[in-house]
Design a binder for this molecule. Structure first.
Ligand SMILES: [Zn+2]
Ligand SMILES: [Zn+2]
Length: 411
């Protein structure tokens, strides 16, 4: 375990078969003690990297591997394209925050060249080891990973959702595995009913637009932006929707991959029905008429969303639809009513709400996944209370644990 052990962020694991296979290589960002944290270094080299999906907590530290090694990187095509987009942006942010890149500049290009693209359920053979990516229902291209060698089977859930959303079908689950490494993000609670949430969001959008305001939805570029624009266009095509920030580029990428969304024809139609913001000047125009604005950053750590927030009229509202890490502007606004800009505290005058449109499995889905995978051993990662989840699984008869970074698990 090199990261994501009793924490959310810096997902990274090494599987030792006849090969040394790295599963994910992520960053921990927006962290209180240090702005960026990285996984532990791989102790014995890396023969191959397998990426579950393109979120930075799973791919953000990938270039560092290429400072020392030159492995192939296996991932789905959307994961590669989105990773390229996010890695460039993340390098910029790290440089701004810390003044140094935690990997060689040339390693980024090396990493991008090392990708070997694979579809869901295609078998990847490496020596005696075989690997398979399976739909995880989390974001476009997201995968669970099955690793098999010598009759032993390891399943890494990646981040997943076990119920359908506008964009994705539920995750595929492999049965009867020897070891399951499972995310635990929402082990302590279930999400509200999805359809109820969709109608609440659309209802509120209608009211705000009728009143002459803008509904601002800060959103991650990958996954959430596409889900929100689909919900709005599906239920209320008459409401103008603007998409701004990196979500525009991510949506274009997603439009090109029919095999990785539920209904690409519909998504293309929904995206074409939105207006995209091209430059700074256009942002003023966006705010001059009532609309819904979907914009990065999802936690209000910079991005156009922050600019909109500070210019909204009194009829407007802001709704967060995803998790905001402690210490971020999103968290501060939701809990204490302020944001920070250039070291100054600002108290926005518009109402702030939260609707839980999570792309992760809720508590019941996590337990359901474990039961379906029926593992001999289960390791809980990627959560604030991995230990608690492991304890509960033990009560259900599973051999469960929540190791810390640096621990080894024998299969
Ligand atoms: Zn994710
Ligand atoms: Zn994650």
């Amino acid at each position: 375990m090199l990261g994501a052990s009793r924490e959310v962020g810096r997902s990274c694991f090494i599987v030792n078969t006849d090969k040394k296979i790295m599963l994910d290589c992520g960053l921990k960002i927006h962290n209180k003690e240090a702005p960026h944290q990285y996984p532990l270094p791989p102790p014995l080299g890396v023969d191959a990297v397998v990426l579950s999906h393109a979120h930075l907590d799973h791919v953000g530290f990938l270039p560092s591997v290429f400072d020392h090694y030159n492995p192939a990187v296996y991932a789905t095509p959307p994961t590669r394209d989105i990773a390229e987009l996010l890695l460039l942006d993340s390098a910029k942010i790290i440089l701004e925050d810390t003044g140094v890149l935690p990997y060689k500049r040339s390693s980024h290009a090396k990493a991008m060249k090392a990708f070997s693209l694979r579809s869901y359920n295609e078998i990847i053979s490496l020596g005696d080891t075989s690997i398979k990516l399976m739909d995880a229902g989390h974001v476009p291209g997201s995968s669970g990973v099955l690793v098999e060698e010598g009759g032993k089977r390891l399943l890494y859930s990646g981040d997943f959702k076990l119920s359908d959303t506008q964009m994705h079908n539920a995750a595929q689950v492999e049965k009867d595995v020897d070891l399951l490494i499972i995310e635990s993000t929402y082990a302590s609670r279930d999400h509200p009913n999805r359809l109820d949430l969709e109608s609440q969001l659309v209802q509120r959008a209608r009211e705000i637009v009728v009143d002459g305001g803008n509904l601002l939805l800060p959103a991650f570029a990958v996954g959430r932006t596409q889900e929100l624009l689909s919900i709005m266009q599906r239920h209320a095509p008459e409401i103008p929707v603007w998409v701004d920030g990196m979500g525009v580029e991510a949506s274009k990428i997603v439009s090109g991959y029919p095999a990785y969304v539920r209904d690409v024809r519909k998504f293309r139609q929904y995206f074409a029905g939105c207006k995209t913001v091209k430059d700074m000047r256009e942002r003023k125009k966006v705010l001059s008429t009532p609309s819904v604005i979907i914009s990065t950053a999802g936690m209000l750590q910079g991005g156009p969303a922050m600019q909109y927030l500070l210019s909204l009229n009194e009829q407007s509202e802001i709704i967060f639809t995803g998790y905001c890490v402690e210490g971020t502007n999103g968290h501060n606004l939701l809990n204490f009513g302020y944001v920070e800009k250039d070291g100054e505290r600002i108290v926005p005058s518009v109402p702030v709400k939260y609707l839980d449109f999570s792309a992760h499995a809720g508590r019941s889905e996590l337990f359901d996944y474990v039961k379906r995978a029926n593992p001999k051993k289960v390791v809980c990662v990627h959560g604030d209370n991995c230990e608690g989840f492991a304890e509960e699984l033990k009560l259900e008869g599973f051999d469960a644990s929540a190791p810390v970074a640096g621990d080894k698990v024998e299969v």
